[in-house]
Write a protein that binds this ligand. Sequence first.
Ligand code: BJW
Length: 225
Amino acid sequence: MDKIVILTGAGVSAESGLGTFRDAGGVWTQYDLEEVATPEGFAKNPGLVHDFYNARRENCKNKAPNAAHDALARLEREFTGDLMLVTQNVDDLHERAGCQNVVHMHGELMRARCALCDHRYDAPLVMGVADPCPACERGPTRPDIVWFGEMPFFMDDIYVALSAADLFVSIGTSGSVYPAAGFVQIADAAGADTLELNLEPSLGISDFAQARQGPATQIVPEWVA
Ligand code: BJW
């Protein structure tokens, strides 16, 4: 076993106090995703979208990595083969646990980008509609987040890693958002073993060879050990 791809989702950060999206009380039960997580929503009301991400940024800064993040950081440090940690999460808890190479396929809460020239930079804690791009000074700035209908980042690198993987592990994701929800099928077709670690069976559980259910802070350290 020397090529592992790990996909994480909101369930990994749940026990750090960051809400998931689709569980009871989750982000999409409180906000209309069309309004705050689509390019059309941003075009219609950028102030509302900035308010949503400003609150998420403030909330995230006050949270800490948990035992699942710590275990994955230890795995990254100690594993001698190729390991790609792909996260759908926009928080920075994997990095704060010590992970060096995190592939943020849905972007990063703590980063911003210019909608005109694509310049990327560290987001201020509070972004606003009038903020000019620090590089071109002309374009409107936006959170560096992949919204519905937009192409997730690093897809070529991810598909290459999935096609070569010996093991694909999906942790803390409901398997309801594509293309991430289809990664298990790509890895399986390429001959990888597949494992799901989640609080409850995901939508895609039948595609996995093995699954373990429980809180991430328990089952991830147990798996890494
Ligand atoms: C615990 C736990 C604990 C709780 N321990 N576990 C077919 C193919 C391709 C695309 C599509 C398709 N069909 C539809 C699409 C379009 C769309 C899509 O998927 N829509 C679906 C709703 C049907 N996808 C897109 O638009 C994507 N772009 C795209 O497809 O571009 C074209 C393309 C085509 C083909 C190839 C490549 C590209 C973009 C999707 C962008 C998603 N953005 C969001 C919001 C932005 C980030 C933010 O603001 O935070 O990303 S949506 C939201 O969902 C967020 C998440 O990353 C994402 C996934 O959610 P996640 O992480 O799974 O959270 P939950 O809440 O759903 O689940 C949590 C799980 O944890 C649960 O199972 C719990 O049980 C568990 N859990 N506590 C362990 N303690």
